[in-house]
Design a protein around this ligand. Sequence first.
Ligand SMILES: Cc1cc2nc3c(=O)[nH]c(=O)nc-3n(C[C@H](O)[C@H](O)[C@H](O)COP(=O)(O)O)c2cc1C
Length: 195
Amino acid sequence: MRNNQPITTKEKTFSAATKLISVTDTQGNIVECNDAFVDVSGFEKHELIGQPHNTVRHPEMPAAAFEVMWSHLKAGKPWMGLVKNRCKNGDYYWVDAYVTPVTEKGKVVGYESVRSCPKREDVVRAEGLYARINAGKKTRSWPISFENSFLLCAILAAAFILALGFQAASEIALLASVIVYATMMSIKNNNTIAE
Ligand SMILES: Cc1cc2nc3c(=O)[nH]c(=O)nc-3n(C[C@H](O)[C@H](O)[C@H](O)COP(=O)(O)O)c2cc1C
């Protein structure tokens, strides 16, 4: 994960009519971009062409957002989402990105991103979501999630009860644990990034 520095707290904005466009090869290297993208990014065009797209990555963008984006693109599907990018001087700009595969004769030859100025309320929502994701990443110290730890303990407890000779109790404990686990997972999935 590339960590472009320095960063400032100064936001750069652009008009609602402006579209920031870039095209990449299948590896995510920039092969073309429009003047508006160059202008807002603060880079010279020759500093962008041929470079990986993470040249404009802002360190506060969670890796998970790009993982979801790439999984859509690799599956031949478009992806939409809010992205915070870093300008060359460290300032930032938010974009509402629509990224699609580019095909030639039915074969994917690259990807294109068309970015517009996002609504303020969407920026506020994305800021909150990305901050929560980043905070979760930093504070997690146990490698297994709480839900999976719970299931593991429940299976061990059921095995222990079975070993004591209480088969029915063991089966009931296991069934109850699976129901609790499924409920926790469905609550968790509702709180993560929508695909
Ligand atoms: C068409 C296209 C446009 C992209 N635009 C951006 C962008 O504006 N900002 C960005 O940080 N990453 C963008 N990416 C994603 C980057 O390729 C990369 O996955 C991301 O910056 C994370 O890189 P890293 O994990 O190596 O740091 C784009 C990818 C594609 C295919």
